[in-house]
Design a protein around this ligand. Structure first.
Ligand code: KG4
Ligand code: ZN
Length: 347
């Protein structure tokens, strides 16, 4: 059964086709148009501009994703990000999905973007194991969940202020490295020595499942100011390595501690920040040292894409869930609640 996945919650217009077979989920196509170039000169995503670019691009991106799948005739279900995200951006994908579903008489379902990120782990050849601890780290979220089975999430904690990706983005802005900041800092950190600059780790208490990145952001800005507002060469490399280490250290340490505390045998890392090589290394290393397994989707499935949305939709459509044509975009939608805000039954 071929499922069309559509993602327009922020600044990526993404459409994919995933084939759901009895032996697992398989990506047929996965096309992502990033709006980074459009938003770069503003130093961040401008919502109105993002919606307009989704409108301009979505048909061409969908056609590109459908071509290798044999066109719309072969599509039997649709998944689309319904929230959380920018309402104007979500609306473009949501109404596009409803339009196709209506015209073709096929089922569709609204997907929670965070569940989409976690569902990237379903696209691997190895079968995803439950229960596990999930850490979703993106531009808008840094959240820890206990996942009993697909769709059964209990939030253990998350950030009190900035998300991990937001911290990368804001610090990159101070350094003049451009947007998005995570990739820029990772690139600039290559060959740097993270020990040269001491940066704070917030809320280090062992059992605390919360993060805070605003102190790191302030300390980083203060350091850059003290250096005359500009870092170059080794100084830039070392500083970026220290920023990356501070974020990766806290995220990986808390994931491992929470998994152990809750008796969970493994960790799934997901979201755009999970594309960071140092974070991937530290999570793998520390999980292994504590006798835990760790699964991290391949990098291109960590950042926003349509395949992860199709994967989540395949699971939900298979259970018989169906979207309603009056379903609205949801700017906020905590994982573990249904689209009406009710606590979803744990199964
Ligand atoms: O999941 P995502 O693509 O979009 C949201 O749902 O927010 O995540 C985007 C975030 C941005 O903050 C970006 O700077 C960060 O992920 N990011 C990275 C890397 N690639 C993307 N952060 C650190 N290292 C990376 N390689
Ligand atoms: Zn995302």
């Amino acid at each position: 059964m071929q499922i069309l996945g559509i993602e327009t919650s922020c600044d990526e217009t993404a459409v994919a086709v995933v084939d759901a077979t009895p032996s697992g989920l398989c990506i047929v196509s996965n096309v992502v148009h990033s709006q980074v170039a459009t938003h770069a000169r503003w130093g961040g995503v401008v919502p109105e501009v993002a919606s307009r670019e989704h409108v301009a691009r979505i048909v061409a991106i969908a056609e590109a994703a459908l071509a290798p799948a044999g066109g719309l005739d072969r599509i039997e279900g649709i998944g689309v990000t319904q929230g959380p995200g920018l309402v104007g951006s979500l609306l473009v994908g949501l109404q596009f999905a409803k339009g196709i579903a209506l015209a073709r008489g096929i089922p569709w379902v609204g997907v929670n973007h965070l569940e989409g990120h976690l569902s990237a782990a379903l696209l691997a050849t190895e079968r995803l194991r439950y229960p596990h601890l999930a850490l979703v780290v993106s531009g808008g979220h840094s959240e820890l969940y206990r996942v009993a089975s697909f769709g059964a999430y209990v939030r253990l904690g998350g950030t009190r202020d900035d998300a991990a990706g937001e911290a990368f983005d804001k610090i990159a802005k101070v350094l003049g490295l451009g947007y998005p900041g995570g990739v820029a800092i990772e690139r600039a950190a290559q060959g740097g020595d993270a020990r040269v600059v001491a940066l704070p780790r917030a809320l280090p208490q062992k059992t605390n499942a919360e993060f805070s990145f605003s102190g790191l952001k302030t300390a980083a800005a203060k350091y850059v100011r003290a250096q005359g507002g500009r870092l170059e060469g080794d100084a830039l490399r070392d500083f970026c390595a220290a920023v990356q280490e501070a974020i990766a250290d806290v995220l990986s340490a808390k994931a491992v501690t929470q998994a152990t505390l809750h008796g969970l045998p493994g960790i799934v890392l997901a979201g755009g920040v999970a594309a960071n090589t140092r974070l991937r290394e530290l999570v793998q290393e520390r999980a292994q040292a504590h006798g835990l397994w760790a699964f991290i989707p391949e990098k291109k499935l960590c950042t926003d894409n349509g395949a992860m949305i199709a994967a989540a939709a395949a699971m939900r459509l298979h259970r018989g869930e169906r979207g309603a044509f009056d379903a609205p975009p949801l700017s906020r939608w905590p994982l573990g609640r249904d689209a009406q805000g009710r606590i979803a039954a744990l199964s």
